[in-house]
Ligand binder design. Structure first.
Ligand code: ADP
Ligand code: MG
Length: 259
């Protein structure tokens, strides 16, 4: 007759760690609810799947290296007039990731480009995709450093392990020719192989400015826009609006002698 502890160890040796942990609880439920063999087997499987999914999400979230957690639920679509909730919801079946397509959010500062990108990536993680957040300047420095150590190929290969890379704030500062060449290698590797979400404050026509020369910019843009959904964003800066609201409240408080 198998003892409880021995059974627990058997599950552990099969790496069913959650079942091993809550075996008592599951047996208790089965006895109290008089579960059939089929129901009991299903309960065991469900509990293990539940825990593995939750552990996987935690791990992917950690590996995504988001600067902060921004969700789509927190995004106020009534404030952002150029993009509708419906448009974003259509992206949440993630066929664009399966098809290796890219998204580009472009527009002025503070209007929610990074927030939307992270919100979408968070949902992608929920669905089982691996994401990685990178500020463009940071990515450029990583690629340049790797190239200096003759490790550009392996660095790019490592980046290709994610399904989706968020390239935030592309085009804020001009890059050297060498950096642009390294970036081109990266874009080439991702082209039709992995998905990107790019946020930028510059329209494609101005990308030549930070990619130093027009030819390099054209080669990079060609690959990005070949399979791409472009979302021009406009309106006021959310950041600025909230700051002004705060200042107005402060003024009102001062005028009414509350402070
Ligand atoms: P951008 O990347 O366009 O410069 P961010 O995404 O960083 O702008 O947004 C700036 C700040 O304003 C962030 O804290 C973000 O969460 C918030 N924000 C921007 N737009 C919205 C919105 N429509 N609803 C809720 N928060 C928003
Ligand atoms: Mg941003």
């Amino acid at each position: 007759m198998t003892t409880y502890e021995a059974l627990k160890n058997k599950y552990k040796s099969l790496s069913f760690n959650n079942i091993a942990k809550i075996l008592h609880e599951i047996i208790d439920i089965a006895e109290k609810q008089d579960l059939s063999y089929l129901q009991f087997s299903e309960l065991l499987a469900d509990k293990e799947i539940e825990t593995r999914n939750s552990n996987r999400k935690k791990l992917y979230l950690k590996k995504a290296k988001f600067p902060s957690i921004k969700t789509l639920e927190e995004f106020d679509f009534s404030f952002q007039t150029t993009i509708s909730k419906k448009q974003i919801n259509t992206l949440l079946d993630f066929t664009w990731i399966d098809n290796r397509e890219c998204l580009v959010f472009y527009g002025p500062s503070g209007i929610g480009k990074s927030h939307l990108s992270q919100g979408i990536a968070l949902k992608a993680i929920d669905k089982g995709y691996k994401a990685l957040f990178k500020n463009s300047q940071e990515l450029m420095e990583d690629l340049d450093l790797a190239e200096a150590h003759s490790q550009l190929k392996s660095k790019i290969k490592q980046l290709c392990k994610c399904d989706l890379l968020i390239l935030d704030e592309l085009g804020y500062l001009p890059w050297s020719r060498k950096s642009v060449f390294n970036f081109f290698q990266f874009i080439n590797a991702f082209y039709e192989y992995r998905s990107l979400i790019i946020t930028t404050n510059k329209p494609f026509a101005q990308w030549g400015e930070f990619f130093v020369d027009e030819a390099a910019a054209t080669a990079i843009i060609d690959r990005i826009i070949h399979h791409c959904h472009i979302f021009p964003m406009g309106g006021e800066s959310y950041r600025l609006k909230k700051q002004l609201e705060k200042q107005n409240l402060l003024k009102q408080d001062l005028n009414s002698n509350k402070i």
